[in-house]
Design a protein around this ligand. Structure first.
Ligand SMILES: Cc1cc2nc3c(=O)[nH]c(=O)nc-3n(C[C@H](O)[C@H](O)[C@H](O)COP(=O)(O)OP(=O)(O)OC[C@H]3O[C@@H](n4cnc5c(N)ncnc54)[C@H](O)[C@@H]3O)c2cc1C
Ligand code: FES
Length: 276
């Protein structure tokens, strides 16, 4: 069974999980994800691979504790076993020498853009990194991303980092200032759809890493169905990266709410059991 090397709180509600997974570490690439199950009775959830160490055979994910499964994960510790840690899944992000690339990430997406930024730099691109946080104290991995980025920009709503804006305003500022050849946005659905709307008038290709509900992660169950350019796609095998200007965002928002009542019931029951 895969063993957790490290589980660490990075900022409130956001945790790092490093797992011994030599086979995954040996072949994973930017944009891919793993399916994780925190205990034998739990559900499987997808998490993006945020970093890896091929020599040590470990894989790092960063997750936000939003519901039952991510809260269970947040209680695990180094040395614990994890029943399922499967991957790498999904298609790797397209990496080429595009020119100037803007990578935007928010909440868990700040970590999820890290391998993307690294791979884009290695391919010879100029990479601008834009991270979105609600407040300055929620920013993590600043040093890691600054070390890779040609420019590091923060959008924060609390006035820190000279910013009181949400991410689309910062994206527009960059596009008004200079030519950008490609944009990647990773984070919650709201952040990605907002970035895609902000870049639509410019026509700059804007890739988003979609996060619909997933079950098997291998194209068998249909849970992750999305519509892109009018065609049905399964985010786990056809994505998760898609052109944000072609995604049917309304459908994605609606499908993500399918189990809302069950998710709340599950979280309440779990909290009552664990924090009586
Ligand atoms: C390909 C892929 C990669 C992903 N990578 C990551 C990752 O690297 N890190 C990560 O934290 N998450 C990631 N996600 C999302 C993650 O899988 C979900 O957050 C997780 O399944 C939630 O499970 P849960 O049981 O804790 O919460 P649930 O009970 O499923 O959800 C609880 C509530 O939180 C809401 N919610 C779910 N996700 C978010 C979110 N991100 N922001 C705000 N509200 C949310 C739900 O709508 C629901 O109302 C990814 C999803 C996909 C499809
Ligand atoms: S998660 Fe089952 S088809 Fe994608």
């Amino acid at each position: 069974m895969p063993r957790i090397v490290r589980r660490e709180r990075l900022v409130p509600n956001i945790h790092l999980l490093e797992v011994e997974a030599p086979e995954i570490a040996s072949k994973c690439r930017a944009g891919q994800f793993v399916i994780v199950m925190p205990d034998a009775r739990g559900e499987r959830i997808p998490l993006t691979i945020a970093d890896w160490d091929r020599d040590r055979g470990t894989v790092v994910c960063v997750f936000m504790a939003v519901g039952t499964t991510t809260r269970k994960l947040a209680l695990l510790r180094g040395g614990d076993d994890i029943p399922i840690f499967a991957g790498p899944l999904g298609l790797p992000s397209e990496i080429r020498p595009f020119g100037t690339v803007l990578c935007a990430g928010g909440c868990f997406g700040i970590a999820a853009i890290h391998p993307l930024v690294r791979a884009l730099k290695e391919a010879g691109n100029r990479v601008l990194v834009l991270v979105d946080v609600k407040a300055g104290y929620l920013l993590y991995w600043e040093d890691k991303l600054r070390a890779l980025a040609d420019e590091f920009i923060v959008s924060s709503r609390d006035g820190t980092y000279h910013s009181t804006d949400y991410v689309p305003r910062r994206v527009r500022e960059v596009l008004e200032r200079e030519r950008v050849d490609r944009i990647h946005a990773v984070g919650c659905t709201y952040l990605m759809s907002s970035v895609a709307e902000a870049t639509r008038p410019s026509g700059v290709r804007t890739m988003v890493s979609l996060n619909p509900i997933m079950v098997d992660g291998t194209g068998m169950c249909g849970a992750c169905r999305v519509t892109v350019d009018g065609k049905t796609k399964f985010a786990c095998v056809d994505g998760p990266d898609f052109d944000g200007h072609l995604v049917d965002w309304n459908e994605l928002y609606a499908r993500r709410k399918s189990y809302f009542d069950d998710e709340i019931r599950s979280l309440c029951a779990w909290e009552e059991e664990n924090f009586p």
